[in-house]
Design a protein. Structure first.
Length: 141
């Protein structure tokens, strides 16, 4: 079998919980800075290669980034994968208590570094991936 025709997939994950107090987004209170951590924030990546094409899905525990910040993140990952930004998708969990990346540039830079590390881990773990399904016919008597 030609390995060119075999899809490969890899997975990477990173903790993107800020280590210091940051401005939060998704709700209003006069002081909207974090006061601790209830649950860690995760970033997960899936990279796949098939027939010379590479693509990536990044999921982030975040309300979302601005279009500009999302484009920066997608561009960094595309450069790492030697592909176009149109082959990189970012999906956000839409949590209403996430760091405001637009107002916290150090946090945004941290997320970008963690995303790059997670993608590198996914690349290291690329392995053949196969998909199948079964259709079961039920007979009612």
């Amino acid at each position: 079998m030609n390995t060119y025709d075999i899809a490969q997939m890899g997975y990477g994950e990173a903790d993107i919980t800020p280590e210091t107090a940051v401005e939060l987004v998704g709700f209003f209170r006069p002081d909207n800075h974090s006061r601790g951590v209830r649950d860690p924030l995760k970033l997960q990546t899936m990279v796949w290669k098939y027939r010379g094409e590479t693509a990536c899905l990044i999921t982030l525990d975040s309300l979302g980034f601005t279009v500009q910040l999302s484009s920066v993140l997608r561009g960094l990952i595309a450069d790492l994968l030697h592909t176009g930004a149109d082959h990189v998708m970012a999906a956000f969990s839409h949590t209403h208590s996430a760091p405001n990346a637009a107002e916290e540039p150090e946090y945004f830079d941290f997320v970008c570094r963690m995303a790059q590390n997670a993608v590198k881990d996914a690349l290291k773990g690329l392995s053949p991936a196969f998909a199948s399904w079964v259709s079961e016919k039920t007979v009612w008597g």
